[in-house]
Design a protein around this ligand. Structure first.
Ligand code: 13P
Length: 244
């Protein structure tokens, strides 16, 4: 059986200007480990420039969202085909910030993932519970429901990555315990159609906790926010993943 690839993905969110492309170049020159796939997802304005800056480096570029359609009258939106055309290889879909800020349902996320796959991109599909849902004992129910409804039938390891990001752990410095992450990842793994789909953990991953998180079974990598903005920090996280 194929095993999942190790993957470190950086989500720059709404951060980054052309001057910050140097961080991406630094990361690329810092790190080249064939055992780890590395992706940086800058804001859409930088996708093309970053892809050009990283040609030949082994560090790939991703978008943070895409429209469900390949083209058309959708002012302000960007299609998966356009991201691919700009040099992206991945796109994040269903991040909790988009689910919350833009009312994206799992049904929409599944359409976006399908659009990504049709354009030849790998869809990084995000799921995660809020603090209230965890406190109510509903974590597994919520994340599995999100996964099943967000995952297109076409999902396989070559076109899909799944990221578990507890909403309450994003940007807060708080992380779930080892057992809490293990429980969710084991359950997600059981519901994936292809055992080689990479399963990422996201939420306050930093150099100081990366090794501990990567030692958890069924954690194949991380989706990193704040710590991906600095090449030194992201490199340290990638190094921990390479050694896991
Ligand atoms: P932080 O690593 O800043 O907590 O963000 C996680 C995240 O939302 C990545 O998509």
């Amino acid at each position: 059986m194929n095993t999942p690839r190790k993957l470190a993905a950086g989500n720059w969110k709404m951060n980054g200007f052309r001057a910050d492309l140097q961080e991406a170049r630094n990361l690329a020159s810092d790190f080249a480990d064939p055992s780890v796939d590395i992706v940086l997802c800058p804001p859409a304005t930088l996708v093309g420039a970053m892809a050009a800056a990283l040609v030949g480096s082994g560090v790939r570029v991703g978008g943070q969202d895409c429209h469900v359609k390949p083209a058309g009258a959708h002012t302000g939106d960007i299609s998966a085909a356009m991201l691919a055309d700009a040099g992206a290889r991945y796109v994040i879909v269903g991040h909790s910030e988009r689910r919350a800020d833009h009312g994206e349902t799992s049904a929409i996320v599944a359409q976006k993932a399908t659009a990504a796959q049709s354009a030849g991109l790998v869809a990084i599909i995000c799921v995660g519970e809020t603090e209230a849902e965890r406190d109510a004992g509903k974590t597994l129910e919520v994340v599995i429901q999100q996964l099943v409804a967000s995952l297109p039938e076409t999902a396989q390891a070559s076109n899909t990555v799944v990221a578990y990001e507890p909403v309450w752990a994003i940007g807060t410095g708080r992380t779930p315990t080892r057992d809490q992450i293990a429980q969710v990842h084991d359950s997600l793994r059981d519901h994936l159609p292809d055992g080689a789909i990479s399963l990422l953990y996201g939420g306050s991953v930093k150099p100081s906790n990366a090794a501990e998180i990567f030692a958890i079974p069924n954690v194949d990598g991380a989706l990193v926010g704040g710590a991906s903005l600095k090449a030194d920090d992201f490199s340290a996280i990638i190094a921990a993943l390479a050694q896991a």
